[in-house]
Design a protein around this ligand. Structure first.
Ligand code: NI
Length: 173
């Protein structure tokens, strides 16, 4: 999920450890059929494979000026996405979510324009719960659970839609 503004001028955060050394990959554009496929559990990949995938997703997301990117957008049908809700505001916070699962959704819903790196230049107004409880695994295999709100909640829901083959185009009236 990119910001509508031009990517030039934002400082990409330096990444270390398992997240360093990612390669910039081609982002598939709609209507590519892989964007409509159901992704398989991340657990099927080896640990080094997952680290490479996560590093590539982050490198590709930052280069494209996005705040979230899901594995199927680079042609890998795995339940993996990355996000960084704060880097454009100077608060980098790279996150890698494996096998994410939305446990609860707030009753309160908000409609906002969302962009997508696979659908450049076509933001769509999407209504989503403003808060979710998200569970996921990290690259070490540790399980996490956290309440997300605001931009983080929206990005996570957008990226999880990608893992299920859903696009913002599905929200067009
Ligand atoms: Ni997207």
């Amino acid at each position: 999920m990119p910001d509508p503004a031009d990517a030039a001028g934002w400082v990409r955060p330096g990444l270390s450890g398992a997240l360093a050394g990612g390669v910039c990959r081609e982002i598939l554009l709609a209507p590519h059929p892989l964007l409509r496929a159901l992704s398989q559990p991340a657990g099927y990949l080896s640990a080094p494979g997952l680290q490479r995938l996560a590093a590539d997703l982050l490198a590709t997301m930052y280069a494209a000026g996005g705040r979230g990117l899901a594995a199927p957008q680079i042609g890998e049908l795995r339940r993996v996405f990355v996000m960084d809700a704060g880097w454009k505001a100077g608060r980098p916070d790279p996150q890698v979510m494996l096998d994410p699962d939305i446990l609860t959704r707030s009753d309160e819903v908000e409609t906002r324009d969302e962009a997508c790196l696979s659908i450049p230049g076509q933001p769509v107004a999407v209504a989503r719960p403003v808060g979710i409880t998200l569970a996921w695994y990290d690259l070490e295999g540790l399980h996490h659970q956290r309440v997300l709100s605001g931009g983080e909640a929206r990005i996570a829901q957008h990226e999880i839609d990608h893992l299920d083959g859903r696009l913002i185009l599905d929200h067009l009236p």
